[in-house]
Design a protein around this ligand. Sequence first.
Ligand code: ADP
Length: 266
Amino acid sequence: MSRGLPKQKPIEGVKQVIVVASGKGGVGKSTTAVNLALALAANDSSKAIGLLDVDVYGPSIPKMMNLKGNPELSQSNLMRPLLNYGIACMSMGFLVEENEPVVWRGLMVMSAIEKLLRQRLYFFDFKVDWGQLDYLVVDMPPGTGDVQLSVSQNIPITGAVIVSTPQDIALMDAHKGAEMFRKVHVPVLGLIQNMSVFQCPKCKHKTHIFGADGARKLAHTLGLEVLGDIPLHLNIREASDTGQPIVFSQPESDEAKAYLRIAVEV
Ligand code: ADP
């Protein structure tokens, strides 16, 4: 018996879904997803933006968006996203204990575990009450595994942006990520080159710690656009670590402007 591809079901109330992906971990995918969501909201205050963290084993959104706690259930048993800086957020981090990656509780009932074991995407099965969203930015786990495939096959995705540092090893994996999206017919909107340059705050000398133009070369090879370059900057790291993302806390900085420009391209 042949099995067709799972049917794509739109997420109720959500107009556009942008997934932020990377081949490798640690290249700045979550930082980009958070700041991109904030930049989309900042560029057009009439737009409603959501942020979904499906990085199951390393959810970063709660810390980066300074959010804690369990989502409430609506009367019709839908999970309500937590809200900060005007962005509606859902994360695995809200459903499991902090520092305890596989302690299920509260909302995570047995059926969800079963669905997880069957590698279904439980966020979408579980139903989140997103309200009306213009954009849902999805922070994917790194790599090209089951979750990435489930998301790509289960929901209609407007486009994927791929984050990479200019380092060869990151670019190789970014290349695989881009090919995966192509195989499942998800349009790749372009690459974001993160940590492309470090400028010494004292002497102003610029250093390309991870290489200079790797993402540009890869984009050229794949026929994709580079949506923008984000420098390696202490303020970006500190802002994320304190739960005050740079686009929210320092919107006038050059670093924030780099994200704001990217949001115009998306
Ligand atoms: P990923 O989601 O790819 O694993 P993260 O977004 O969690 O990566 O970023 C990894 C680390 O690098 C975090 O500590 C984050 O604050 C930091 N980081 C990401 N991008 C930058 C940047 N452009 N400048 C400085 N630090 C960054």
